[in-house]
Every structure is written in structure tokens, then in C-alpha cells.
Design a protein around this ligand. Sequence first.
Ligand SMILES: NC(=O)c1ccc[n+]([C@@H]2O[C@H](COP(=O)([O-])OP(=O)(O)OC[C@H]3O[C@@H](n4cnc5c(N)ncnc54)[C@H](OP(=O)(O)O)[C@@H]3O)[C@@H](O)[C@H]2O)c1
Length: 287
Amino acid sequence: MVAKIINGLEVSAAVKTRVKKAAQELKDSGVQPCLATVLVGDDPASATYVNSKQKTAGDLGIATRDHRLDSTFKQHELVELVHLLNNDSEVHGILVQLPLPSHINEFAIVNSINPIKDVDGLTPYNAGMLQNGMAILKPCTPSGVIELLDYYKIDVSGMDAVIVNRSNLVGLPLALMLIEKNATVTICHSKTRDLQTKLKNADLVITAVGNRQRFTLAADMVKDDSVVIDVGTSRQNGKLTGDVDFESVRQKAAWITPVPGGVGPMTIAMLMKNTVSAASISKGMNE
Ligand SMILES: NC(=O)c1ccc[n+]([C@@H]2O[C@H](COP(=O)([O-])OP(=O)(O)OC[C@H]3O[C@@H](n4cnc5c(N)ncnc54)[C@H](OP(=O)(O)O)[C@@H]3O)[C@@H](O)[C@H]2O)c1
């Protein structure tokens, strides 16, 4: 069987249409949704991500603030900037682009963001809310994966899911979201023993390694008719690629995401969705 393509461009467009409408409704009610981005240093990939977040926000009627700081910016200065944004009633979402330069403690910065403006869903408060099934602002990439599954009506209830990633950004929140949808989840990582057997038995495989030399998901590693979601991104000969050997795996799986055009566009769309949700929360608080 040849897998059906999970089209992240199509699904993200649908999400953005809804977000644009919600942003207009908020504006009509006197609240201009606003996202502040903070970029420290001159990493080109991070700059590209921030540029496209800024542009997408503009396209959807979300106002932006754009803070670009020198790589020598100190941790306490960054905390002060986050506090200023926390206290700015016109700013509804704060996104500090990760990774930060090594002299800055990422946890300290993320932890300084007011949870109601935490549009990346990464603060300990929002992580705890997710664990309790109460989160409004959820991490963007995992919620983008869930949005893809929902859009194509892929019911994960009862599925054996394997996630190859254990980060706070991807693997851990995604595991919680899949468990909430009644999947049985195994989280794997670089020290996992017998990964091949776990993958081969999985109905749903989600990979987010981002290094093809270390890990490539090939056709002989997946079960017939499985669902394969590729979150990983890396460059091969200058070309953007995922963790999955797409051409071979698509001959075996039932559903598959391409890279590019799969999970990537969803991450930004869900960030915009979170920004509008944060603006709605602030509106509720002001009434
Ligand atoms: N498309 C998007 O929108 C989007 C969004 C976010 C992230 N990403 C991509 O997703 C990838 C992961 O991001 P991240 O921030 O979560 O990075 P990360 O923290 O470096 O996570 C990589 C994970 O892969 C595991 N791993 C590494 N080598 C492995 C191997 N040989 N076998 C099994 N597992 C292995 C690591 O295990 P250990 O924990 O043991 O080191 C870790 O859990 C990156 O490529 C990133 O660019 C894409």
C-alpha cells in the first residue's frame, strides 16, 4: 500500500484561517492581539524562524514586537526584558526563541515568562497544566501533530505509539497529549535498547531526532499500515530533510508526513493560535 500524505500546508492553512477570523473578532471588541518575539544572537536558523513567525503574525492581523539582541546580552538583562513584556498590557504572547546562547540558563528565562503569555507552552506552570489535562497554552509542535491527526480523523485510541524524542519541546508533551487520546505511548531516546523492535510493533511512530547519521527511519523498521509522523529536521546537501526515508516508508505506511510540508508549518500555525488564545484570556481578565 502507498501511504496517504498528511499535508501540513493544507491543515496549517485551515488553522490560520480560523486564527485570522478570531484575531479580527478580538480587534473588533477592542483587543489587538500582539506577539512579542525575542531573539538573542545571530544564529541564522533561529533568525529564519523568528522572521517567519513575525511575517505570519502580520498576515493574520496579529501585531508584533521584535526584540533582536546581541549574543553578549546577559541573563539578568534578558529576565528584565521578559518582565517588561510580562507587565506590558498590550503584549499577549511572549516567544523567546530557543536555543539561547550557552551563557544563558534557558530554564530560568522560560520560567520568567508569565504563564498566561507563554505562547510556546513551555513554562513549568503550563507543563503542569498539560499533565492535569487543563492546559490552554500547549507546546506548539506537539499540538500541531495532534491537529494533523484530528484533521485526517486518524483515531489513535488504543494504538501503540512510539515517540523517538524525550525533550520538553516535543516528546514529553506529545506523550501526554497522545495518552489523553487513549494511545499507549512508549518514549524512546538515544539510550533506548532494541529500538528497532519497539518501532516495528508500533501503530504510530513519531520521530524527532534531527540527525540522519544517528537515526534514519527506514521501511524495514516500520509495521505495515502504520502512521508515521516526521518532526525531525536536518540538512542533507543543503536540502531540508526529516528523519524518515520518505520514499521507502511511504510504500509501507498507511499515513505519512512529508518534510518539508508536514509538521513544520503546523508549529507556526499553532503559535498563532496560542497568541490569539492568550489575547482572549487577557480580554476575559480585563472584563
Ligand atoms: N518541524 C518543526 O516545527 C520542529 C519543531 C521542533 C523541533 N523540530 C525538530 O525536531 C528535532 C528534535 O528537536 P528537539 O528540540 O526535541 O531536540 P533534542 O532535544 O536534541 O532531541 C533529540 C532527541 O533525539 C534523541 N536521539 C538522538 N539520537 C538518537 C538515536 N540514535 N536513537 C534514538 N533517539 C535518538 C535524543 O535522545 P537523548 O535525549 O538521549 O539525547 C533526544 O531525545 C530537531 O530536528 C528539531 O529541528 C522540528
